[in-house]
Every structure is written in C-alpha cells, then in structure tokens.
Unconditional design. Structure first.
Ligand SMILES: C[S@@+](CC[C@H](N)C(=O)[O-])C[C@H]1O[C@@H](n2cnc3c(N)ncnc32)[C@H](O)[C@@H]1O
Length: 195
C-alpha cells in the first residue's frame, strides 16, 4: 500500500504535478476519453491544481478550465485557467457569477473531499454533501451532452446518490482508479449525458 503511494508521489514530483491525484484523472481520461481540444471544464475542489493542470493541457489553448477551491492553487494560473477561491457549499453572488459567465461546461469534475475527522460516518456524510452540491452544479451548468466525474467516500447513502445520478445521466459508471487503490474509502462516479 505504502509503495503504491510512494510510487505515484514520486512520479507526480518528477512530472511536475502538485498532487499524485492527477493519475486518477489520467486513468479515467484514458478509459472514458473525457477531454477534447477546445472544451470548457469546471474543476471543483481544484487545489493544489494537478487536475486543473492536466485538464488545461488536454483542452489546449482554445479551451478553458474554471477551478474552484477553498484553498489557493499551487500551479501558475496561466491563460485558459480561471480560479475562484471560495466555498462551494456557500454559493455566494461572486461564485454564482463565475459559474454563469463561464458556463455551459463540457465536463464538470469534482475531486472535493472534506477535511477528515476520523469519524467515519461524519466524513462520509460530508463527502456526500460535497458530491450532491457538485451534482446540483452539473445539472445546472453542464452542456446537454456533457460529462460529470465525482469522488465520494463510500458510505450507506452512496446507492441513493447513484440512483440520483441515473436520473440525470444516460450512462453512469463507477471507477476505482489503480492509483487510488490504497484509499479504499473513495470511489469515483461518472455520468454521461450521451452514449
Ligand atoms: C483531494 S483535494 C483535490 C486535489 C486536486 N484534484 C488536485 O489534483 O490537485 C480536495 C480539495 O477539495 C477542496 N474542498 C473541500 N471542501 C470544499 C468546499 N466546500 N468548497 C471548495 N473546495 C472544497 C479542498 O480544499 C481540497 O483542496
């Protein structure tokens, strides 16, 4: 388990990504073909910025990544990246304006995770709350043929969340990236509006 973590940690450092979580997104992109040149992406829970950096490299100079997090990004905010520092659970006017002005999105990503307390049930319900907010945002701001990727900590309410996803997406997939094998508590759900 530790070796796995070390391997991706070192790889991220070498490849100049601020977090090893980038390999989870890369795996999902390889499997599901998430990104295309010119797309408009929303990245929720973007800090330190490895998903934003990867997505930006995939959408190219005509694309855009809107990154939102409580914390600052640790990557240069280059052209094609719009960053907003704030709380997704408190959608104030400024955040709403960023979403309105930059939408619709081709892909909404959420790698958001609560600060863990160690109390399983609390961590699970906070993760669910973030995932539900990400879904609300996806429902509101995705293109008609858009895709959604969301991380959630496994818990008793996950099947209900999955049911909700099925209402809005034609195809719903679950994915457990190889690079997150050590953190068995997390699963990614993907929703696709078209086949
Ligand atoms: C696992 S990290 C994301 C890593 C990121 N995908 C990357 O590759 O660099 C989870 C992020 O969710 C953010 N987060 C948690 N709760 C949030 C909230 N209510 N609003 C915005 N961001 C939140 C945290 O600040 C943290 O940076």
């Amino acid at each position: 388990m530790k070796n796995y973590r070390d391997y991706y940690f070192k790889k991220a450092k070498k490849e100049n990504y601020p977090a090893r979580s980038v390999y989870k997104l890369m795996e999902m992109d390889k499997k599901f073909g998430l990104f295309k040149k010119g797309q408009n992406i929303l990245d929720l829970g973007a800090s330190p910025g490895s998903w934003t950096k990867y997505a930006r490299s995939k959408v190219g100079t005509n694309g855009k990544v809107v990154a939102i997090d409580l914390n600052e990004l640790k990557i240069p905010i280059q052209q094609g990246i719009v960053f907003y520092q704030g709380d997704i659970l408190n959608r104030d006017e400024e955040l709403e304006k960023i979403l309105m002005d930059n939408s619709p999105f081709d892909v909404v990503l959420s790698d958001m995770a609560p600060k863990t307390t160690g109390v399983k049930i609390t961590d699970q319900s906070r993760s669910l709350e973030l995932a539900e907010m990400a879904l609300d945002i996806a429902i509101e701001f995705l293109k008609h043929n858009g895709s959604f990727v969301v991380k959630i900590f496994n818990g008793p309410d996950v099947p209900d969340f999955q049911k909700k996803l099925r209402k809005f997406f034609k195809i719903v997939k679950t994915y457990k990236p190889k690079s997150s094998r050590s953190e068995s508590k997390e699963t990614f759900f993907l929703g696709f509006k078209k086949q």
